[in-house]
Design a protein around this ligand. Structure first.
Ligand code: ZN
Length: 484
């Protein structure tokens, strides 16, 4: 072990003080910081905060005050438009034959309402494939289709759940069913908001997730005889509305026009309190501003700390940010997004950019002890890096272990007590050290890709299939999104 004096001399010899700063930031993250108190204020105090809700507005004002108190040079809110309003009101159902029992269910975001309370036969629609709906034939018209689900255990399972939606919705509409019920992918009666569509693609039928065990019972009953269900789904829907991102900045000392961005989304679904998705990382972004301000030295470039809203509706906040700042995209040297709760960070998704591997390894070398340098090449669609990716901006998403985020995903159980506080502190150390390095390094992290290069990246990483499933392909293809 080095003596303090030897340690001091070795830092002097390094000349480049970035490693020293990374160590100070790491020490702070594991010490006495208000990150857990902030998380408690946001999630227990304000709670679930869907974009456009009064709770989301309170969260935005809370974040503005937090960034100001953290010592950011500027704190702004920046408005953007979400194309469709949707608020759940009533989700009430009961099996009425062959036996009466209540059903627990949660409307899928953008679900239509039923026309009052409807009563209809339940039909087994298999796993929701187009073939299964075709087999319903004339019986499908006016019935309630019940789709079985596998239990969700991995991120791949979750993606499969999303990827089946477009074909399933189209088949359900074609079959003329009155409503679509999906078996919950989580056991023990757990309910969650499962977006079958995003705010820019109206859904055109009532749909809800039903308790896994109750759905299983309905399916077994339906295999032996007629089953009837009364269903009342009432949701408030409306036209477009505005929400706001919160953008705080610590100005760079030498190249203030160049930007390194650390981001997470502040909004959440409301069955739980959005602790893992994504309160933990919202608190982490606020703590990053605080920790870097407290260093008492400015980074070479500016660092922006951004809390997006509109993420759960289809990433409208980050898309709005990219649109608003499009003239500045060339000067966004790096964008780093966290959106997997408090799972251990094992590295960063390179989002199809092999050219970022070497500079990222350099950036993470000073915190090798935190073992966050296993960096997959995969490209992600589904969080706030996406419009930066389309714009050719170097972008990273933290690759985090799936637990505890995944079992609580969008669910009633996404509460503060699920958060792994030790890993949250480690992630905070990693995030702060990484963005400091990226802002301080004399070399630029990566260059901006042109349109042809982004096209090739999308093809090489097979992002096009996801973009089509999430309703993003047409806008990109038409040049309304992404680098020109
Ligand atoms: Zn999220």
């Amino acid at each position: 072990m080095l003596k303090p004096l030897a340690l001091f001399v070795s830092f002097l010899l390094l000349g480049q003080a970035a490693d020293n700063v990374q160590q100070r930031l790491t020490g702070r993250a594991f010490g006495d910081t208000p990150i857990l108190n902030d998380l408690h204020e946001l999630c227990d105090g304000i709670g679930g905060r869907p974009t456009g809700s009064p709770a989301c507005e309170r969260a935005i004002e809370w974040a503005v005050a937090k960034f100001k108190a953290a010592g950011a040079d500027t704190v702004e809110t920046e408005a953007f438009t979400v194309p469709q309003q949707w608020t759940p009101r009533i989700a009430d159902a009961e099996c009425v034959a062959p036996e009466r029992f209540n059903l627990r269910l949660a409307a899928a975001p953008y679900s239509l309402s039923t026309t009052g309370s409807i009563e209809a036969p339940i039909l087994d629609a298999g796993e929701g494939t187009p073939e299964a709906f075709e087999q319903l034939g004339a019986r499908g018209r006016g019935a309630i289709a019940l789709v079985a689900s596998k239990e969700m255990k991995t991120l791949d399972d979750l993606f499969a759940e999303y990827m089946r939606s477009p074909a399933m919705l189209a088949a359900a509409r074609k079959a003329g069913v009155a409503a679509l019920l999906l078996q919950s992918t989580r056991p023990h009666g757990l309910l969650y908001r499962h977006p079958l569509a995003m705010a820019n693609e109206p859904m055109a039928l009532p749909a809800a997730v039903v308790s896994r065990e109750q759905a299983g019972r309905l399916l077994r009953l339906a295999a032996r005889g007629p089953v009837r269900v009364r269903l009342n789904l009432q949701n408030r829907s409306g036209g477009s509305y505005e929400s706001r991102n919160v953008v705080a900045e610590i100005r760079g000392r030498e190249r203030p026009a160049e930007v390194v961005l650390l981001g997470a989304h502040l909004d959440s679904w409301e069955l739980g309190t959005g602790a893992e998705d994504n309160g933990a990382n919202s608190a982490m972004v606020i703590e990053a501003a605080r920790a870097i301000h407290l260093l008492g030295q400015r980074p070479r470039r500016s660092i922006r700390f951004v809390l997006f809203t509109g993420e759960e509706q289809g990433m409208f906040g980050s898309a709005g940010y990219v649109q608003r700042h499009k003239m500045e995209m060339e000067r966004h040297n790096a964008v780093v997004i966290f959106d997997m709760g408090s799972g251990r960070t094992t590295g960063f998704f390179l989002n199809g950019r092999e050219d970022l591997r070497r500079p990222l390894n350099r950036a993470l070398a000073g915190i090798a002890g935190l073992e966050a340098a296993d960096n997959p090449i995969d490209a992600l669609d589904g969080t706030d890096n996406f419009d930066f990716l389309l714009s050719g901006v170097p972008n990273l998403v933290a690759n985090q272990e799936a637990a505890p985020y995944l079992p609580q995903y969008h669910a009633e159980s996404d509460t503060v007590d699920r958060v792994n506080t030790r890993e949250l502190r480690a992630n905070s150390a990693i995030a702060n050290s990484l963005v400091w390095w990226l802002a301080e390094d004399p070399e630029r992290f990566g260059r901006r890709l042109n349109r042809d290069e982004v096209d090739k990246l999308i093809t090489d990483t097979k992002l096009d299939a996801q973009m089509k499933a999430f309703g993003q392909w047409d806008d990109y293809h038409a040049g309304k999104r992404g680098v020109r």
